[in-house]
Design a protein around this ligand. Structure first.
Ligand code: PMP
Length: 424
């Protein structure tokens, strides 16, 4: 059997309709932003392999950190035991997070980072004997992951329709715009007045899977301020926006009111290892300190704080802090802005949005949805040209590794331009 035949025989791929003609592309190796497929074709990875890769593939600095760690300690139970990679990474993260953040809780993906955030916020109230604060405010069309809690706080859509009867209710508000902000604020305030709200959860500045929907930091800042006045726990899901994506280290760096909990994953290891992190403020942690065993946070995963993942994350963060990487983030943002200006008035472009290194182009199609088939046409067009871009319905976006060169970026822009021009 060929690899492709074996893949079809043995594997069920995520977010992929099972059809006989849906053969995945087999990648043999990758370097920088380039993926090398069996048979010799190459692809520029314009979406950082589902938003995880920050510094390019097989980066020697991160690879070496993992290799060195693997020769020393690959895994140890994290209840009752600890290790330097987890401690070092926690210290490094806290150094770059604002003061209210004081404790790092490890898990192993974005959905679990969010689950942990939600559970911490809910148990924060429970541990104080306050049992009526059990409601969550979130945004419509949000995407926070695929586990049950994360699905519940996400927008209701075809992604979670089969499970809908089992999901818990949340108060879902539209993301703020200049036009709706007064109305949103009024709605938000009246929900806060009900006194049942435990937490406000949001993807700061950019709703990823919703189609890279962007909204103003000033609006979010005001909502966080209002929520915190009512002691509601604010949870920033920075699974996608963290680690430089929005132009700053974290999207919440654009806010003056800092959230109480931040959820991180994806870019945290530079795309090398699965890792999730939930960081909370000291006031939350303190409600779990007790002689009463029932106030324990009964949550953990077998691979919690895996030392290889922690070593990768530390190395990736060190690369991110280097001046050349910060300059690359700025350079990509500037190039995006220039390209956006050249296409924004094209009749097939409904709108162009940009936050830092994330550029989204909404195509002017009759139907705006994830299931718009233009995504398949565009995806195939790009692959044929040697570029990996995976649109969200009629929204094309670029979210590249920071190592992407100007030439590679220009090539991606050219491919997008050709597609838009052909669809005219
Ligand atoms: N939160 C956000 C904002 C995300 O974009 C995602 C994944 N796209 C998740 C949570 C879930 O992360 P994971 O796929 O690692 O479970």
């Amino acid at each position: 059997m060929t690899l492709s035949e074996k893949d079809k025989a043995f594997i069920w791929h995520p977010f992929t309709q099972i059809k006989p003609d849906n053969a995945p592309i087999c990648i043999e190796k990758a370097q920088g932003a380039t993926l090398f497929a069996t048979g010799g074709k190459t692809y520029i990875d314009g979406i950082s392999s589902w938003w995880v890769n920050l510094h390019g593939h097989a980066h020697p600095y991160i690879a070496a950190a993992i290799a060195q760690q693997a020769m020393c300690l690959e895994q140890v139970i994290f209840a009752g035991f600890t290790h330097a990679p987890a401690i070092d990474l926690a210290g490094l993260l806290l150094e770059h997070l604002p003061t209210p953040f004081s404790k790092v809780f490890y898990s192993d993906n974005g959905s679990t980072a969010v689950e942990v955030g939600l559970k911490m916020a809910l148990q924060y109230w429970h541990n104080q004997g306050i049992t009526h604060k059990i409601k969550i405010i979130s945004f419509e069309n949000a995407y926070h992951g695929d586990t049950f809690g994360a699905m519940s706080v996400s927008g209701r859509s075809a992604f979670n329709a089969p499970f809908n009867p089992l999901l818990f209710d949340v108060f879902a508000l539209p993301i703020p715009t200049d036009a709706n902000f007064q109305a949103i604020k009024a709605q938000f305030q009246s929900l806060l007045e009900e006194d049942a709200v435990a937490a406000f959860l949001f993807e700061p500045l950019v709703q990823g899977a919703a189609g890279m929907q962007m909204y103003k930091a000033a609006h979010l800042d005001e909502l966080v301020g209002m929520a915190q006045k009512k002691q509601v726990i604010c949870i920033a899901d920075e699974v996608m926006t963290g680690f430089g994506r929005t132009g700053k280290l974290f999207a919440m760096d654009y806010l003056t009111h800092k959230p109480d909990i931040i959820c991180l994953s994806k870019g945290i290891t530079g795309g090398f290892m699965p890792l999730g992190v939930t960081v909370c403020a000291q006031k939350i942690y303190e409600t779990f300190i007790s002689d009463d065993v029932r106030k324990t946070f009964f949550h953990g995963h077998s691979y919690t704080a895996n030392p290889l993942a922690c070593a990768a994350a530390k190395a990736s963060f060190e690369l991110l802090l280097r001046e050349d990487c910060q300059k690359a983030i700025e350079r990509i943002g500037n190039q995006h802005a220039r390209f956006a200006a050249t296409i924004k008035n094209h009749p097939f472009v409904k709108g162009v949005r940009q936050t830092g290194t994330i550029l989204a182009i909404e195509l002017n199609t009759a139907e705006s949805s994830y299931f718009n088939t233009i995504k398949d046409t565009f995806y195939a067009f790009c692959l044929e040209k040697g570029v990996l871009l995976r649109p969200l319905g009629n929204v094309i976006y670029i979210m590249p590794p920071y190592c992407l060169t100007d030439n590679e970026l220009a090539f991606i822009y050219e491919v997008i331009f050709q597609f838009i021009f052909n669809c005219k």
